[in-house]
Write a protein that binds this ligand. Structure first.
Ligand SMILES: NC(=O)c1ccc[n+]([C@@H]2O[C@H](COP(=O)([O-])OP(=O)(O)OC[C@H]3O[C@@H](n4cnc5c(N)ncnc54)[C@H](O)[C@@H]3O)[C@@H](O)[C@H]2O)c1
Length: 390
């Protein structure tokens, strides 16, 4: 039975991947510096919401799956996967040194013949940098190295990991074959690319998604700024018209991936990825537009009680990373509104308490708990969640 260690294993990518391999009989060690998440996993509880994962966790934990903070465990592994975060800095450029330094820190515990897989979303050329680091550190007696990007939808990882084709790339044929063989146990199809192609494929996938939201958000603002109802037009456009089938709905395009990956791609192209930069301005500008919409409806926001519903970055999920609801809150407060927030995943007052006496309602995240809310006061819902025509 092969042993696999996932570094950053208690995060949003690490857990679904670990569970997927555990379900196929591999022995999994989820190595993480987050002791709270490690303890939670070892007690059979997920540290965050992930559909279909809890049951899998409970059937494998303590059997062929453990979480640990002990880095010595790396030395006993056949495969070592890195999935720590890959943020951008204050100049919106990728923090490549963060990725490289995590790998360098663990490198003394790596061995020849181990397969090292990079799974974070990395800046094009990073696999080559790691390859060079390994060459300097190990010489000929070095680990195999592959880059196999994760493409799951957060919260739906378990379902998607077994359904999505896996892109596999590596620095040589042996590494590529080893990675392809490993992933063929969980993925229905293997697609081989060179490392830089695979790095770009992942960034372009996320940028494309981000731009889908940007065009929807731009159209929303374009229409609503004319005093027209966007969803009347949107629904008409899509009605039995095949080419508009996948036209995305407007909404706050946030979270830890799409924004920063679009910015990584922009940096790769010397900031000439103008569609990406424009998309970012549109998506980041939507909260300002929504606050203005509510202000127009109420006359003024000063002194008004505003119920802001939904603070996580996506519906029916507990992840608040890079959520634009917090930007909404800030903008409303800048207009001297009294903002009362609600989210079923955070410790807030009850929905009824938050809505009682509100002068206006802003829908931040369309959690299913809000579906039946019928605001009796002016409201703004860019998601079309309360749109009755649907
Ligand atoms: N979240 C997603 O749905 C998703 C999907 C595809 C790709 N990605 C990419 O995967 C990568 C990880 O994203 P994530 O959402 O899982 O992040 P995350 O923050 O949920 O998980 C990262 C984990 O790494 C741990 N960690 C940080 N430094 C460490 C270290 N030195 N040693 C061991 N563990 C360490 C953290 O404690 C955390 O548990 C990013 O590059 C992201 O862009 C994410």
């Amino acid at each position: 039975m092969k042993k696999i260690c996932i570094i950053g294993g208690c995060g949003h990518v690490g857990i679904p991947l670990g569970l997927a391999f555990a379900s196929k009989g591999y022995f999994l060690s989820l190595l993480d510096i987050n002791k709270k998440a490690v303890d939670s996993i070892n007690s059979g509880n997920l540290p965050f919401v992930e559909d279909d994962a809890e049951e899998l966790l409970q059937s494998h934990i303590g059997k062929n799956l453990i979480a640990t903070t002990d880095e010595n465990i790396i030395m006993e592994q056949d495969v070592v996967v890195f999935v720590t975060g890959t943020p951008v800095d204050e100049h919106l450029t990728p923090k490549i040194s963060t990725v490289v330094s995590v790998i360098k820190n663990y490198a003394p515990r790596l061995k020849a013949n181990q397969l090292v897989i990079l799974r974070s979303t990395i800046f094009p050329g990073t696999t080559e940098i790691i390859d060079n680091t390994f060459e300097q550190q190990f010489g000929k007696n070095r680990p195999y190295l592959a880059f196999c990007p994760e493409r799951i939808l957060q919260g739906k990882g378990i379902e998607e990991i077994f359904a999505l084709p896996q892109i596999v790339s590596a620095i040589n044929k042996e590494s590529e074959d080893m990675a392809a063989e490993l992933f063929s146990n969980i993925a229905p199809k293997i697609i081989r690319l060179a490392p830089k192609e695979a790095e770009l494929a992942k960034l372009m996938t996320n940028s494309w998604r981000y731009l889908e939201f940007a065009i929807a958000n731009q159209f929303y603002m374009l229409v609503e700024s004319q005093g027209l109802d966007f969803y009347r037009i949107f629904n008409a456009m899509k009605d039995d018209y095949p080419r508009a089938k996948y036209f995305a709905k407007p909404g706050l395009a946030a979270g830890p991936c799409l924004f920063k990956d679009t910015m990584q791609l922009s940096h790769f192209y010397n900031n000439y990825f103008t569609l990406g930069s424009d998309g970012m301005l549109v998506n980041e500008g939507l909260p300002n537009f929504l606050v203005e919409q509510l202000e127009k409806k109420l006359g003024t926001l000063k002194g008004k009680k505003i119920a802001l519903l939904g603070m996580t970055f996506k519906a029916d999920n507990d992840d608040v990373r890079e959520s634009l609801s917090f930007k909404l809150k800030k903008l409303l407060e800048f207009k001297i509104a009294n903002v009362a927030i609600h989210d079923p995943y955070l410790k807030t007052a009850s929905l009824n308490e938050i809505l009682a006496g509100a002068d206006g309602v802003m829908l931040g995240t369309p959690h299913r708990e809000y579906k039946d809310v019928k605001p009796a006061v002016p409201s703004v819902d860019c998601w079309g969640f309360w749109n009755t025509e649907e």
